[in-house]
Ligand binder design. Structure first.
Ligand code: NAD
Length: 479
């Protein structure tokens, strides 16, 4: 499949945007222009909102079983078209093709799980206390039309969480995918369209992010806002949502610590660490960043981690054998260099990588830095790229204190074979998700979400569905 022309999807039709502002999409692997398209203008946004209002009225009235049938027809189409969609995903995002393919298949699994759970959303009966009241029923009803905003690192999975939750719950949804990776999201919309989703139940708009979010969030049509992206933008949209009393879910950044205890299986920890750190070139919000290793095992961990990082094959995601693709933008490469240079100026030691590759595209190599002092940028700011920090610790108390020192609280990991230590880590690490002896904390069936500055609310799992519902009490007295 060649790279498709990007149009907006409004009221059941793929249409040209009416904004004078155009979006240019470039292939991160070589910098070439993949496409150019017109963004959404005010009239497009109003049309999308009007359609979402009508779409909610029709979609929310369908029986859950009917909604389930439409949604699973769409996921069957996604699976049928997975190879073609994965190709588009790699072209616009850069990740290796096998990873893109897994992502599209997983997107179908995420949506399926949410649709399955929606069939089981049972009401709860509460015994009445007033004489004459026959029943008190606590219902879960769809929250209403949702405005969803997704970033560029997982062009299929992140829309899957938001569209899956909203549509399974009976909500209509307008999604603004990141402008660079909108073609993947539009292919997902096409699958829903072809599966018979009613007009207006789903809209896809791109253009000027701030203009789109402020228009959608302020509209009385929208009942809920869901954002995945950086902490500053997440806080900004949270303020807007609060001003208009809109429900809000925020999946923001992280700076995940990994505590590797002296009793851990170091070989296994190293192998998993190399995979987890450099997957998607580190552009993952739950990516491990701060590796804290008990001093006695540091040499062993360092040797394996650096050798593993250096052995990774960098290249165009479409080329066979590529394990790490490019970063998404030129500006992300520049930012990696700023962070690394700042750490080195503060006296940190560079173990590998650390210099942008001199080739077309936005390639930054796997980079590991040891002994970066706490005051340098890398120890405080989410790198969101292929950079791992290595530090020694002496006592578990010290490691936990350091792990919890940042305002982020998305994911945290620990490696140990001691049951008491594992229990302590799972209790005391301040994060929405804790992985012990592995990094696989993001699954279709489990809730994904953070605490502290990493946001609030959940996606995926039963909790992801509940986040798209509202509670309604119905109390009936016999007249
Ligand atoms: P950015 O903050 O400019 O953009 C991140 C995403 O937010 C983009 O998709 C963008 O279109 C969107 N966005 C920006 N302003 C918006 C607004 N006012 N309204 C609605 N959407 C808006 O950053 P970037 O340079 O593209 O990415 C780098 C940073 O983004 C990283 O440092 C990382 O923290 C964060 N990020 C986080 C995640 C995540 O999953 N938590 C994913 C991607 C990026």
């Amino acid at each position: 499949m060649s790279y498709p022309a990007s149009r907006l999807y409004i009221d059941g039709q793929f249409v040209e945007g009416r904004s004078a502002q155009r979006v240019q999409v470039r292939n991160p692997a070589d910098g070439s222009v993949l496409a150019e398209y017109a963004g959404a203008g005010p009239a497009d946004l109003q049309a999308a909102l009007d359609a979402a209002g009508r779409g909610f009225a029709s979609w929310s009235r369908q029986l859950p079983l009917e909604r389930f049938r439409v949604i699973t027809r769409a996921t069957a189409l996604l699976r049928e078209r997975a190879a073609a969609i994965a190709h588009v995903l790699t072209l616009e995002q850069g990740k290796p093709l096998p990873e893109a393919l897994r992502e599209v298949q997983l997107a179908a699994d995420i949506i399926d799980f949410l649709a399955e759970e929606a069939k089981r959303l049972a009401a709860r009966g509460v015994p009445p206390r007033l004489p004459g009241v026959a029943s008190q029923t606590v219902l879960r009803v769809p929250v209403g039309p949702v405005a969803a905003f997704t970033p560029w690192n997982f062009p299929a999975n992140l829309p899957a969480r938001k569209l899956g939750g909203a549509l399974a719950a009976g909500c209509s949804v307008i999604i603004k995918p990141d402008e660079q990776v909108a073609a993947t999201c539009l292919e997902m919309a096409r699958a829903f369209h072809d599966a018979g989703l009613p007009k207006g139940a789903l809209g896809v708009v791109m253009g000027n992010p701030a203009e789109i979010s402020s228009t959608l969030i302020a509209s009385p049509v929208i009942a809920k806002v869901s954002f995945t992206g950086s902490v500053p933008v997440g806080k900004q949209l949270g303020e807007l949502a609060a001003r208009h009393m809109k429900r809000y879910t925020a999946e923001l950044g992280g700076h995940a610590p990994v505590i590797v205890c002296g009793d851990a299986d170091i070989a296994a920890a190293v192998k998993l660490a190399v995979q987890a750190k450099f997957r998607n070139a580190g552009q993952v919000c739950a990516s491990p960043v701060r590796f804290l290793v008990q001093r006695a095992r540091l040499d062993e961990f360092r040797a394996g981690f650096v050798a593993g990082a250096q052995a990774l094959v960098l290249g165009n995601g479409l080329a066979e054998g590529t394990q790490v693709g490019p970063l998404i933008h030129e500006r992300r490469c520049t930012q990696m260099q700023v962070l690394v240079d700042d750490a080195l100026e503060h006296g940190a030691e560079l173990l590998c990588g650390g210099q942008r590759l001199a080739r077309p595209g936005w390639f930054y190599p796997p980079t590991i830095i040891e002994d970066a002092p706490p005051e340098c940028m890398l120890q405080q700011q989410e790198p969101f790229g292929p950079i791992g920090l290595l530090d020694a610790f002496d006592t578990l108390d010290e490691a936990i204190t350091r792990a919890n020192a940042l305002p982020y609280g998305l994911a945290a990991y620990g490696f140990t074979r001691d049951l008491a230590t594992a229990h302590r880590l799972s209790q005391e690490l301040q994060a929405g998700m804790v992985g012990i002896n592995h990094f696989g904390i993001s699954q279709p069936e489990t809730p994904f979400g953070g605490i502290k500055d990493s946001g609030y609310g959940h996606e995926s799992g039963l909790e992801g569905l509940l986040g798209c519902t509202e509670i309604k009490l119905v109390s009936v007295a016999l007249s």
